[in-house]
Design a protein around this ligand. Structure first.
Ligand code: GTB
Length: 214
């Protein structure tokens, strides 16, 4: 059965692979599942047909036969559960990998998103100069904690897993913020993820959409 996902017809990230179809594409590439992409405009995302798939009018979504999913984390988890390669088979190791998936989206990502939203929508406000250092500190706290835990390890808990995939996707959102660079092991961790052939294929596919040949 063909898998179809949705992605921005015109991503505001300008092909940098920061929108949330990227982790879904990456997960599908890791497990070797082919997929089709339905590109949606901002207007189409708010239309009933898309709201039926994604109640909040966002991308990405995932369709396979009668199954329709939304939420990038849930989609990556579904792909990892159905296919070999993204979650360990041993039960405790699998539970720890799932824990890292939640940690990426529930603990590390929120301060990163809050900071990036502020840089977009609060940049011209009177409080911005005072607020940004506080937002930076919140991100830095999480990075320090994650850096300490990762140490010299290649991945967060043994072999590369869906936990690493989501964590690296989250850390990539800091590109250009000048915060990740202070943590050599986290920068190297992100680079290791980006060097994976599956990441490269996913990145190229979303970049092709931005270039207009995808
Ligand atoms: N929790 C949901 C999930 O994980 O699937 C969140 C989905 C989400 O935020 N989707 C965004 C969206 O559809 C695109 S990815 N927004 C349109 C809307 O809400 O109307 C978030 C995103 C957007 C842009 C950049 N960027 O430009 O760098 C990065 C990430």
């Amino acid at each position: 059965m063909t898998i179809t996902i949705t992605a921005f017809a015109q991503s505001p990230d300008r092909g940098r692979g920061l929108a949330r179809d990227m982790p879904v594409r990456w997960a599908l590439e890791e497990v070797g599942e082919p997929y089709a992409v339905r590109l949606v405009s901002f207007d189409a995302m708010k239309e009933p047909a898309h709201l039926e798939r994604q109640p909040f009018g966002q991308i990405p979504t995932f369709e396979e036969g009668d199954l329709v999913l939304f939420e990038s984390g849930a989609i990556v988890f579904h792909i990892a559960e159905r296919h070999l390669g993204l979650l360990p088979t041993e039960a405790d190791a699998r539970a720890r990998a799932v824990t890292w998936m939640f940690a990426a989206l529930g603990t590390v990502e929120p301060p990163i998103v809050e900071r990036s939203m502020a840089t977009i929508v609060e940049r011209d406000r009177s409080w911005y100069a005072e607020r940004l250092p506080m937002l930076d500190d919140r991100v830095r706290t999480r990075l320090e904690q994650l850096s300490r835990r990762l140490g010299d390890a290649e991945w967060l808990d043994g072999a590369f897993s869906a936990g690493d995939l989501l964590m690296i996707a989250v850390l990539r959102r800091l590109k250009g913020a000048g915060l990740l660079e202070a943590f050599a092991n986290l920068s190297a961790y992100v680079a290791r993820g980006e060097a994976r052939p599956a990441f490269k294929r996913a990145f190229e596919a979303q970049l092709a959409v931005f270039r207009g040949d995808g």
